[in-house]
Unconditional design. Structure first.
Length: 134
């Protein structure tokens, strides 16, 4: 079992093997977010999968993180964004992604702050373009 100290370690090749090996040898434990270490481990694994383009593996991890954290938690918005980016990369229906972003804007207009709000807007535009192309 390889454990990364942070996301950068999770995606860097190690003496034991490649970055892909490092990401795939970590098995997610049952989800508990009561301890900060569990949150960091789950988030690091999800981010490693995302950066490796393993969106099928990253999506359920980001989904659980986004759903289990309170709306006021800043990291929740990062994980929701990653969830929707995974869905877009997996070519899931753009209307579903658009709907989620629009609903979240109604619930909390700042979408986690200016930087994340800009990323959500970029993703929204990308998915709007995808609907035109169909």
């Amino acid at each position: 079992l390889l454990v990364a100290r942070n996301v950068t370690d999770a995606v860097q090749p190690t003496e034991q093997g490649s970055a892909t090996d490092a990401a795939t040898t970590i098995s997610p434990a049952p989800m508990t977010l009561t301890e900060p270490a569990n949150l960091r481990a789950r988030a690091g694994l999800a981010e490693a999968h995302f950066r490796l383009g393993a969106f099928d593996d990253a999506l359920p991890l980001f989904n659980v993180l986004a759903l289990r954290l309170p709306r006021k938690e800043p990291l929740r918005w990062r994980y929701l964004l990653r969830d929707l980016q995974c869905r877009t990369a997996r070519n899931e229906p753009p209307g579903d992604v658009i709907k989620v972003i629009q609903q979240q804007k109604i619930l909390q207009a700042d979408l986690g702050g200016p930087t994340l709000a800009a990323e959500f807007e970029k993703l929204l535009r990308e998915n709007e373009r995808r609907t035109i192309g169909k």
